[in-house]
Design a binder for this molecule. Structure first.
Ligand code: CTP
Ligand code: CA
Length: 226
């Protein structure tokens, strides 16, 4: 298509990208988190900026360097991420939710350090808000992209998330595949679209995977305008 000829196809587009894990505090010394490195989200932010976009990166990690030309907003908990995403959402054209958001958080935060006792410890958890689902409900002009990290039944779960969350596109990865882990610099993803088409990408660097994802977004946003 003619889009691949354009070196900066995201010029005049504002993109919101979330990246990394969230941290849910238990007490002043402990928290719950996950294995997300944030590398995929940072690669998306860097490549989107190179393609001309104005990029806002809402990040749960501080172990990666902020890409040039990207506005960083640092968050910790799922609730903080929710609040920041909602603040920027009305004014963006594209949202890519690559963050690994906690599904549960402790029902309460203990101001005092929990002391160990005999027997087992039970920490009660409550659901966090599903940010992507809420965006799906209130979206207007925004093109909405979710991720799906799966260990099995990839296509089934990815299509389910696409429909349930009212996203325009889901990027699914099999986190058990060789070269596709959280800490890895490579990824193997399949892109699922609302129109039921899919595009399977080979093993690529996260940078090249990011470029392919962004090209697919440009293509589909172009289609929607026709
Ligand atoms: N997501 C979100 N807010 C949450 C949980 C997930 O916005 N509280 C987003 C993720 O950023 C991702 C997509 O939803 O883009 C799918 O996340 P995933 O964890 O794969 O799916 P869940 O719906 O949480 O279902 P499950 O973890 O049970 O597979
Ligand atoms: Ca989840």
């Amino acid at each position: 298509s003619h889009f691949s000829m354009d070196p900066a196809p995201l010029t005049q587009k504002r993109i919101l990208i979330t990246a990394g894990p969230t941290k849910e505090k238990i007490d002043p010394v402990r928290y719950m988190t996950n294995h997300s490195s944030g590398k995929m989200g940072y690669a998306l932010a860097e490549e989107a900026a190179k393609m001309g976009a104005e990029v806002i990166l809402i990040s749960g990690t501080d172990s990666l360097e902020t890409p040039i030309g990207v506005a960083l907003v640092k968050v910790e908990s799922a609730e903080e991420m929710y609040n920041e995403v909602m603040r920027f959402f009305p004014d963006v054209d594209i949202v890519i939710k690559s963050a690994a958001v906690a599904d549960y958080r402790p029902i309460s935060f203990s101001e005092k350090k929990l002391k160990k006792k005999e027997g087992n410890l039970v920490i009660e958890l409550e659901r966090t808000k599903d940010i992507l689902s809420e965006l799906g409900v209130s979206k207007k002009q925004q093109f909405l992209v979710g991720f799906a990290a799966e260990t099995n039944n990839i296509e089934h779960y990815a299509m389910d998330k696409l429909q349930r969350k009212n996203a325009d596109m889901i990027v699914a990865n099999d986190i058990t595949a060789q070269g596709a882990g959280f800490k890895s610099d490579t990824n193997i993803v399949t892109i699922f679209h609302k129109d039921k088409t899919k595009k399977q990408l080979p093993l690529l660097s996260k940078r090249d995977t990011a470029r392919e994802i962004l090209q697919e977004i440009v293509l589909k946003m172009g289609d929607e305008k026709q």
